[in-house]
Design a protein around this ligand. Structure first.
Ligand SMILES: Nc1nc2c(c(=O)[nH]1)N[C@H]1C(S)=C(S)[C@@H](COP(=O)(O)O)O[C@H]1N2
Ligand SMILES: [Mo]
Length: 240
């Protein structure tokens, strides 16, 4: 084992024991003068946990891929609302906005996104609710998109905002991982509204809730932006 690996292991062990202390039943942080102190401790530990996961993340390691016969068809829908409420985005007037630490802030039409090199993958998506789907998504590798818009690739966060008000953000190394794509197609056909039309993030190295659908804006920056579920206590890094 390399010294780096040893360091990483020690860091992980330390993090695990800290988490264990925090989650010990009967361990009460509730101070009546500071009613939200336990929340803040848990939040602090979750952010610490993010740093540990970021340190352990290997940007060159690929998420598993699967054969066609394992694809979940029909796919499974999930959002913070019912399938009938999924936003309808007009593909003709659609523009993907980009902002923050990028040199080219011009908006992207679907045609322009489709003019970029497309990549296809058969990968698995895991939802925190305890189910998984395997799907075939194709689209523009995010690393190529970020390079194209002149994004500062040393920035900490890439944030995605969606047509339904959903949002999420990811760390730059995960954004640059080879399988992270701005997906336009599912099984070779344009995404349908419930599954993120016209463009969604497909990031197989992260849990389902970090795969925002119907993305309308991408921001690159160094300020933590959280996310819809992240702000409600779900761990931000959430690698899978
Ligand atoms: N815009 C938007 N994106 C979203 C969500 C959402 O509610 N709105 N839910 C997330 C969650 S929790 C999961 S598990 C996946 C589900 O994607 P699917 O419907 O393609 O299975 O989308 C994620 N992206
Ligand atoms: Mo999810």
């Amino acid at each position: 084992m390399s010294p780096l690996m040893l360091d990483r292991r020690r860091l992980l062990l330390r993090a695990t024991s800290l988490a264990a202390v925090g989650l010990l039943p009967g361990c009460d942080y509730n101070d009546p003068k500071h009613p939200d102190i336990s929340d803040r401790i848990l939040q602090f530990m979750s952010r610490f946990n993010d740093r540990v996961q970021a340190a352990l993340f290997d940007p060159h390691k690929l998420a598993p891929t699967f054969s066609e016969n394992l694809i979940t068809n029909p796919p499974r829908f999930n959002a913070f609302y019912d399938i009938a409420q999924a936003p309808e985005v007009d593909p003709l007037t659609f523009r993907l906005k980009v902002s923050g630490l990028v040199t080219d802030q011009s908006a992207w039409s679907l045609d322009r996104l489709r003019s970029m090199t497309q990549e296809s993958q058969i990968t698995r998506m895991t939802c925190v609710e305890g189910w998984r789907v395997i799907g075939q998504w194709s689209g523009v590798p995010l690393r190529q998109f970020l390079a194209k818009i002149g994004a500062d690739l040393t920035a900490r966060y890439v944030t995605f905002r969606c047509a339904d008000g959903y949002y999420s953000s990811i760390d730059m190394p995960s954004a640059l991982q080879a399988q992270t794509i701005l997906a336009l197609d599912f099984l070779g056909k344009p995404l349908t509204a419930p599954f993120g039309a016209p463009v969604r993030l497909r990031i197989p190295v992260k849990l389902g809730f970090k795969n925002p659908k119907s993305v309308t804006a991408i921001e690159v920056g160094n300020t933590y932006t959280g996310g819809y579920w992240e702000d409600q206590g779900y761990n931000w890094f959430s690698g899978s």
